[in-house]
Write a protein that binds this ligand. Structure first.
Ligand code: MF3
Ligand code: CO
Length: 254
């Protein structure tokens, strides 16, 4: 069942999303050669807690693996998503994806961005640019009366037209009362698929786009998702609400 939110609930989701966006910008400003992902995690966690909110990923459980230990996900190069922060220091030219989730007053926000560590190759920069653009093209389709598949199709068409592939094993999702709600939002598929979009839906749209094949696997740590061919992957995510027929980006940073 897709939960439709009242304007009061959307205001609460907006509050969590504001903290998500601010945390992402704070972490992004701290990305540099030599910083470890656990240092970035600490910066994020401190900021979220100082806003009387809770890092939503920490302690999150998923079938078959232990509770997620971080406040952020930090995924480098061939790590697609769900990279666990640790003692690994960032190196020049790496592509880092940072994912942040926040819960405050019982409502959730979720967003991610990819960022270059120092100077990055033009190939990786283009992968990031195309992935980010595909997110906005997907969001443009999040209008009342469209089918969900219009979002999926827009993302897939744009990314594949640049020679990239769309991860199949992971999707975007509804978000708000829970971190993960219905509907699932694949980043690939037909325009005619999925439910009809309605006002009051709150969605986390999150293209995960690979330079090589779409195939991925989960590492022995039970969380980190990696590309099978070892080529880089990029990830961007926003939480949006459909209001008066149109998408409002709740995790936007200004
Ligand atoms: N944005 C990701 C998602 O929606 C992050 C989840 S990390 C987890 O799945 F630990 F919470 F699973
Ligand atoms: Co998400």
């Amino acid at each position: 069942m897709i939960l439709i939110k009242s304007s009061r609930e959307i205001d609460l989701i907006r509050e969590s999303c504001k903290i998500v966006a601010e945390t992402l910008q704070l972490v992004k400003r701290n990305v540099r050669v030599g910083v470890t992902t656990q240092e970035l995690d600490k910066i994020a966690e401190d900021y979220i807690l100082s806003n009387n909110a809770r890092p939503a990923f920490k302690g999150y459980s998923q079938a078959g693996s232990f509770d997620y230990p971080g406040s952020i996900c930090s995924s480098i190069d061939d790590e697609v998503v769900h990279g666990i922060p640790g003692s690994r220091a960032l190196k020049e030219g790496e592509l880092l994806s940072i994912d942040v989730g926040v819960e405050k007053n019982g409502y959730y926000g979720d967003a991610a961005l990819s960022v270059a560590v120092g100077n990055i190759s033009p190939e990786k920069q283009k992968l990031m640019d195309v992935t980010e653009r595909s997110l906005y093209l997907g969001i443009e389709q999040a209008v009342e009366k469209n089918r969900l598949g219009e979002i999926s199709y827009a993302i897939q068409f744009y990314c594949e037209s640049h020679g990239y592939s769309v991860v199949r094993d992971l999707c975007g999702h509804g978000v708000g009362k829970y971190l993960h709600e219905e509907p699932q939002i694949p980043n690939y598929g037909r325009k005619s698929n999925g439910p009809i979009l309605k006002n009051g839906m709150t969605l986390a749209i999150e293209p995960m786009i690979n330079m090589g094949s779409y195939k991925v696997f989960v590492a022995d740590d039970g969380w980190t998702v990696l590309t099978l061919d070892g080529k880089p992957s990029a990830h961007f995510e926003h939480t949006i609400a459909i209001i008066e027929g149109k998408p409002e980006i709740l995790t936007k940073c200004d």
